[in-house]
Design a protein around this ligand. Structure first.
Ligand code: SF4
Length: 390
């Protein structure tokens, strides 16, 4: 979105939020439960909606879990959509088709958290952030969203700069639901455990979930595992065994070691990846209006923290680091000059506002969850070298 009324873009949505007397959380999964714990002292949560019949029968929840058809509509009732970006779109469609209106009858968790806390308490509550110590990776995935397959060099950040960024971030942001240490392959970053330990020990009480990820092919040293076992961190272990079967033994050893050290982890296997296809997409002749529409419909949900700045779309900034995109000043929020008077503007930026209303890479990007995005098999490896530049 393009900023028109900076610092006041969400005034009317907050008014709607204040009009509600009770809420249902759409989604009784992991994020639904997290949202419940974060918001239960703040708003009147009367239950959950879930399309999964098994969750509706479960005794796990101390609030009822009902189907959408069972909801008795009432203008004082608000619905908060809690699942992640991949499922959110279908829920939007479902609610819109039943006559509910966005930001009137239903709200998105990501936006709700940011808007509610900044208007009510002048507190900056972020849904998530992506933070990369390095882009170094042992795999070379064709559709890598860090665009490693197109980069000439890997990029490893200086330790002091990493720490400076973490401190800078938490001098501006009060709370965050998910702080994600990403990569590259994070377990190849030599000081990964020191970094996680620093974030956890210093800011863990302001982070709901500290998470990192691995491609499941790297076995970290016992020293790293020992240190990680003392941190409140969860590791997503991506299961790419079908794409890179030569690493299957490493996957098994990694899981055994995580178990042995009692490190919280979950495995993740997906059917497909999204290819943003920056080399074959050209929307550079589109008007500003078309590009803004493309950005708004894209449903990307992440921003990157790097060098004291937030970048409007993490894929745009990854492409810059990979050397296939130019960084533009108007698409970043400079945390170095932040003051608390800018808290609403910071939340607006995090929720998709910037001066231009799109990013430079949008001209060469199919979009994350657009109707014509491209699905490819996960972790398919590059054969030979791809060095074409935009
Ligand atoms: S279209 Fe691409 S570059 Fe633009 S916001 Fe979406 S993912 Fe980012």
């Amino acid at each position: 979105m393009k900023w028109i009324n900076k610092g006041h873009e969400f005034d009317s949505i907050y008014e709607r939020i204040c009009e509600k007397e009770k809420y249902l959380l759409f989604g009784a999964g992991d994020l639904g439960i997290k949202s419940y714990h974060i918001l239960k002292e703040e708003i009147n949560i009367v239950g959950f909606i879930d399309n999964d019949e098994k969750k509706r029968c479960s005794l796990e929840y101390d609030k009822p879990v009902i189907s959408l058809a069972e909801v008795k509509w009432d203008e004082k009732l608000g619905i908060i959509i809690t699942p992640g970006q991949m499922q959110r779109r279908s829920i939007y469609k479902e609610l819109l088709s039943k006559g509910y209106h966005k930001n009137i009858d239903f709200f998105d968790l990501e936006e709700f958290l940011g808007i509610y806390f900044v208007y009510k308490y002048n507190k900056v509550y972020f849904y998530n952030i992506s933070f990369l110590p390095s882009t170094v990776c042992n795999l070379k995935c064709e559709a890598c969203l860090n665009f490693n397959a197109l980069a000439k060099h890997y990029y490893t950040r200086e330790w002091n700069n990493l720490i400076k960024d973490v401190d800078m971030f938490f001098s501006c942001v009060d709370n965050i639901l998910l702080f994600h240490v990403s990569g590259g392959e994070p377990l190849l970053y030599p000081r990964i455990a020191d970094l996680i330990d620093y974030i956890d020990k210093k800011y863990g009480n302001r982070i709901y979930q500290l998470r990192t990820v691995t491609n499941g092919t790297v076995i970290p040293s016992d020293h790293i595992l020992e240190k990680l076992s003392k941190c409140n961190v969860d590791i997503t272990v991506d299961d790419y065994r079908e794409a890179v079967p030569q690493y299957n033994d490493n996957f098994d050893v990694l899981i055994q070691k995580l178990e042995k050290y009692g490190i919280s982890y979950h495995t993740s296997k997906v059917d497909s990846w999204i290819d943003l296809a920056p080399l074959t997409t050209d929307y550079s002749n589109w008007t500003d209006v078309q590009l803004r529409e493309h950005f708004d419909n894209c449903c990307h949900s992440w921003q990157e923290l790097r060098d004291g700045k937030l970048f409007s779309c993490n894929y745009d900034s990854y492409a810059t680091v990979a050397g296939i995109n130019e960084e533009q000043d108007v698409e970043v929020f400079d945390l170095k000059t932040y003051t608390t008077e800018q808290s609403k503007a910071l939340i607006e930026f995090r929720l998709g506002y910037n001066e231009k209303g799109y990013t430079n890479l949008c001209k060469h990007c199919r979009g994350f969850l657009t109707d014509d995005n491209i699905s490819v098999p996960p972790a398919r490896q590059v054969i030979g070298t791809v060095l074409n530049k935009l």
